[in-house]
Every structure is written in structure tokens, then in C-alpha cells.
Write a protein that binds this ligand. Structure first.
Ligand SMILES: *Cc1c(COP(=O)(O)O)cnc(C)c1O
Length: 390
């Protein structure tokens, strides 16, 4: 057995990254200095979005995005049950209600047909959502054009949870440009494509939304005379005009982001190379491999296989445990959010989103990251074949 653990995802930190961070540590500003704007500018340039706001996590970015879209206690937010809990929790932070739209059985993304059916019913019941949060699962975009068209008809706003998807494309456009949404959110947690330790970002093309994101990120405090109720009383003056939070990113983190983003395209290319290699090595096994739409270019945050349980002896759990026993840190993305005890307590139950629930009984995320070697990948494939007991 190998001594080294092979993780499903992990960061790569180079000497340049370390030097960039040390430079900030030796400077005057550890936070609220020039690196934040530099990082925001680099993401604006990469995505084409007009304004980007760096924050301390994607969870915070989702929260201030909901606030900027004025989501409140009488409102509904809909998202995918096949996501990290943060995609839904952001609604509850605002006192709003949350519901889910089941996934497409091939892409594991929010299904636009299920969305439309649910909208028709919700309109009849007078319970239309104010905000819909499509999650670009594993780095492949949702069908944003279809979701956007539904948003025009039913009058909801869209936040793309692109925590997995920086570096991916949809219809030849880089994800993050907000062509079909009001706001796009990225995560820079170490398992994601590029990292700042902890960190996230909210991007928008709307001036109005941008002003609100900026306010909610930092206590609801402003020095912008346009946003103040009266003229400044002096050079020290600022006003708190809303209830905001301290969700700021530090310059230490932003410097790491500025350094990491220079390797983003290389990382995504490498992930594609590894994914294609998996596709070839695994194609004859009783597995469902990641389905790629022709108008999408995934960032390949995750490589998810689904076991064909009718064709193999061992259970899903046994295959998973056998890989873990070989020090392969496979994972499962995701336990359907509505099956979490907290969500059951607020009224959700098993059977409500059957595609997400079925997917959960078959899925395994096998290792895929920029530092994975072909040798390690071969080891994963061999262990996987053994674990299927064919
Ligand atoms: C990682 C993740 C988040 C939360 O990101 P943080 O930066 O850790 O707060 C939200 N949504 C999805 C889909 C994620 O994968």
C-alpha cells in the first residue's frame, strides 16, 4: 500500500505564491490594502464582469448577494439539492424560505424542465421565487440560457453559484461574466480550482447591485457621498446606512489569489488532460462517467463516477471504503441538502427530489487536481477496478 494519501482535490502552492504572501506580510497593509483591488481587477479582466468583490468565503459572497437582491422574510430562494449546504443556507440567513429544484440525471445540475414545472405550480400558488441559485456542479455550467429565459417570464433574479467553475466556459464565454445572471459567486477554498486559503468573490455587471455588495461586505458603512444622507462633517466622516457584516478578504489572501490566477488556465487544461485519461481508462467498466455538454467547457473541479449497482457485486459503500482503505481520499458530492437533519427539521423529507437522492446512492468523486500524476491516477484506476470485484 502507498504511504502517501491521494486526495480528491488539493491546492498547489509555488515559491511565487509564498513570495507574494511574504511581500504583503512585510508591507504596511495586511488588510484593506492594494492587493484586494489587484485581485478583483484580475478576476474582472479574466471573466469580463464589470465589478468583482473579494470576500472571506463563497458563503459570505452568497449571503451578501442575497442581501443585494433584497431577499427577505416573505421571499423564496430556490437552488439545487445536489450542492454544498451554503447554496441554500444563504436564503435562511436573510430570513427567507428555501426550496429545491431536482437535478438532471446526466449533468447533475439543476434541471430546467423541473424548474419550469415548479414555476408553473408556484405561480398558481402565489409562491414564485425571488432568487434562483443554479450551481455549476463539478465545474460544468447549468443551462443558463434556459434558466435566464424563465427568469424573464417569471420575474426572478439569478445568482450563479460558480464555486466549482472558475476557468470554465458556457457557450464560448468564460463563466463569471454574468451574461445570464445578476451575480456570479466563486470560492477560493483550497479544494477548489485556485485558492486564497479561505475566500470568495461576488461578480456583477449592475452598478446598483455593486454598490450594495460593497456596503454589505463591510458593516454597511460608506464614504461615498452618493450613498450618504447628508454632506460629510469632515475628512473623518463615514456613515452606516445598512446593516452589513465584516466579510472582507485580507491582503495576505488576495496576494495569494493574484499569484494563483496566473496559473488558472494551465490548471484547467491539466484537469481536462487527466479527465480524458480517466475517460479512456474507465470506459469499459460498469460506471457512468462525467457527461459533457457540447456548449460547455467544464473547469473539472470534480470527476464524479456513478456505479452501475445492478452490474456489480459490492455495495456503493463497500467500493467507497475499499478506495479509502488504499489511502485514496475519495469523497461524495453531495449528500442531498434536504436530507440534512437541519433541513428535515424545517419540513423536508426523503422522496422529494428523487434524481438527487438516486444520484447520492451511486456517486463517488475520485481524485482530480492539477498536482495529480499519471502514476497516482493509474493507482486510483487499478484500485477502483479491484474494488468493483468484476
Ligand atoms: C465550496 C462551496 C461553497 C462554499 O464555499 P466557501 O468558500 O467554503 O464558503 C458554496 N457552494 C458550493 C457549490 C461549493 O462547492
Amino acid at each position: 500500500m502507498r504511504k502517501d494519501m491521494i486526495r480528491y482535490g488539493q491546492q498547489e502552492i509555488t515559491k511565487d505564491d509564498i513570495n507574494a504572501v511574504v511581500e504583503v506580510l512585510m508591507s504596511v497593509n495586511l488588510t484593506q490594502g492594494p492587493k484586494i483591488e489587484e485581485f478583483e481587477k484580475s478576476v474582472e479582466d479574466f471573466t469580463g464582469a464589470k465589478k468583482a468583490f473579494a470576500v472571506n468565503s463563497a458563503t459570505s459572497a452568497l449571503h451578501i448577494s442575497c442581501l443585494a437582491l433584497e431577499l427577505g422574510p416573505d421571499d423564496w430562494l430556490w437552488t439545487s439539492p445536489n450542492s454544498f449546504v451554503a447554496s441554500a443556507n444563504c436564503a435562511l440567513y436573510c430570513g427567507a424560505s428555501v426550496s429545491f429544484v431536482d437535478i438532471d440525471p446526466d449533468t447533475y445540475n439543476m434541471c430546467p424542465i423541473s424548474l419550469e414545472k415548479k414555476l408553473i405550480k408556484a405561480k398558481y400558488q402565489g409562491k414564485l421565487p425571488k432568487v434562483v441559485v443554479p450551481v455549476h456542479f463539478s465545474g460544468q455550467s447549468c443551462d443558463m440560457k434556459a434558466i435566464y429565459e424563465l427568469s424573464r417570464f417569471y420575474g426572478f433574479s439569478i445568482i450563479e453559484d460558480a464555486s466549482h467553475a472558475i476557468g470554465g466556459k458556457y457557450k464560448d464565454r468564460v463563466i463569471g461574466g454574468c451574461k445570464y445572471s445578476d451575480i456570479t459567486v466563486f470560492s477560493f477554498h483550497p479544494v477548489k480550482i485556485i485558492t486564497t486559503g479561505e475566500g470568495g468573490m461576488a461578480l456583477t455587471n449592475s452598478e446598483k447591485i455593486a454598490k450594495k455588495l460593497e456596503l454589505f461586505r463591510s458593516h454597511g458603512i460608506t464614504r461615498d457621498s452618493d450613498l450618504m444622507t447628508k454632506e460629510a462633517e469632515g475628512p473623518w466622516y463615514y456613515q452606516q446606512v445598512a446593516l452589513g457584516y465584516n466579510y472582507r478578504m485580507t491582503d495576505i489572501q488576495a496576494a495569494l489569489g493574484v499569484s494563483q490566477i496566473t496559473r488558472l488556465v494551465k490548471y484547467v487544461n491539466r484537469r481536462h488532460e487527466l479527465a480524458e485519461r480517466y475517460n479512456n481508462l474507465l470506459k469499459d467498466l460498469p460506471l457512468k462517467l462525467p457527461f459533457q455538454l457540447s456548449d460547455c467547457y467544464s473547469s473539472f473541479h470534480l470527476y464524479v463516477i456513478r456505479l452501475n449497482l445492478e452490474s456489480i457485486g459490492p455495495t456503493h459503500r463497500k467500493v467507497f471504503e475499499s478506495l479509502r482503505a488504499n489511502n485514496i481520499m475519495v469523497n461524495l458530492h453531495y449528500i442531498p441538502i434536504h436530507l440534512q437533519p437541519f433541513y428535515k427539521d424545517i419540513g423536508f423529507s426523503k422522496g422529494e427530489y428523487p434524481e438527487a437522492e438516486k444520484y447520492y446512492t451511486e456517486a463517488i468523486s475520485i481524485p482530480l487536481h492539477q498536482s495529480l500524476s499519471f502514476d497516482e491516477q493509474d493507482f486510483v484506476v487499478n484500485c477502483l477496478i479491484k474494488s468493483l470485484e468484476l
